[in-house]
Design a protein around this ligand. Structure first.
Ligand SMILES: CC(C)=CCC/C(C)=C/CC/C(C)=C/COP(=O)(O)O
Length: 286
């Protein structure tokens, strides 16, 4: 188990889980006032900062009857609309915030190889090897090589579909990352081999989607011997674990990535290109 040295502050600071500057989820207590240092950032003292906030036109918007209950709850002082919403968060909001807080806390604790001087920093090179084994470049290069070397129509068909699956995975992951824009954990060191610009985002883990999709692909088309099938499954799980241990991802990035990769394989099966289909496509193009 990790020793007390496991505090991975090798990245940037950020000991309060989930506190962000762009208005995303914050995991401070909803019932307490913000800490004084946050209030002081807005003004010279907490009281004047609070007053200035309630005076601003945007904050005055909801100061009508809807605030009556909150005024009585706060001893006569009217709360701005946004504060009232924070005091009455929905059940889904609370559940989501709690899940994300647990996710951040757990991921930080599990990031035991996030840098060389982390508690399990000695196995970081091994975890980086696992990382490379799930990277897009070796998979694309391997599939291309096998396609080129394959002398049977069946082999070429499988490799062509694997190639298309890998490209589709890269595109889908990039789209989701660009839409969700969840930043990587603060303790991650961005020293990854060959990344795209969207790879500064962490949700979902591209390695996890690829591992899940490729594992299903291999099990369905290429790996038949039972011991090897077990190895394929172990590899996929290890790739997922290594993302969190290296501090690259939060647990939810990897769990979602596995789910997404699993579903992507269903799409690969649906869009499967047969030699006949390929000939028809070529014929239509030519
Ligand atoms: C031929 C070509 C353009 C290949 C690109 C392959 C490439 C750079 C893939 C990116 C793989 C990567 C670093 C994904 C990020 O994985 P996460 O698990 O950190 O989300």
């Amino acid at each position: 188990m990790p020793s007390p040295k496991a505090k991975n502050n090798c990245g940037r600071s950020g000991s309060i889980p989930g506190v962000t500057s762009n208005g995303r989820y914050e995991f401070m207590s909803l019932s307490r006032s913000p800490p004084p240092h946050l209030l002081q950032r807005q003004g010279s003292d907490p009281t004047s900062a609070r007053l200035r906030a309630s005076e601003s036109p945007t904050r005055r918007r909801g100061s009508g009857s809807s605030n009556a209950s909150s005024s009585s709850a706060t001893g006569g002082q009217q709360l701005p609309e946004e504060d009232c919403m924070r005091l009455n968060p929905s059940f889904v909001g609370i559940a989501l915030s709690s899940l994300l807080a647990i996710d951040l806390w757990l991921s930080k604790r599990l990031g035991v190889c996030a840098c060389e001087d982390s508690s399990w920093g000695s196995i970081r090179p091994l975890m980086k090897l696992v990382e490379i084994s799930g990277h897009g470049i070796p998979w694309l290069a391997g599939a291309l090589y096998c396609l080129y070397k394959s002398d049977s129509a069946a082999g070429q068909e499988v490799m062509l579909n694997l190639l298309m699956a890998l490209v589709m995975d890269l595109v889908l992951v990039a789209v989701v990352k660009a839409v969700v824009r969840r930043r990587r954990p603060t303790h991650n060191r961005m020293d990854m081999f060959a990344t795209f610009s969207v790879d500064r985002y962490s949700f979902p883990s591209g390695h996890a989607t690829r591992a899940a999709m490729c594992a299903r692909f291999l099990l369905a088309h290429l790996v038949l011997a039972a011991p090897l099938r077990v190895l394929v499954l172990l590899w996929a799980v290890l790739v997922g674990f290594s993302r969190v241990l290296l501090g690259r991802h939060n647990v939810t990035d990897v769990v979602f990535g596995f789910g997404m990769g699993y579903c992507q394989y269903n799409l690969v099966e649906m869009l499967w290109v047969s030699p006949l289909g390929l000939q028809l496509m070529m014929g239509q193009m030519g």
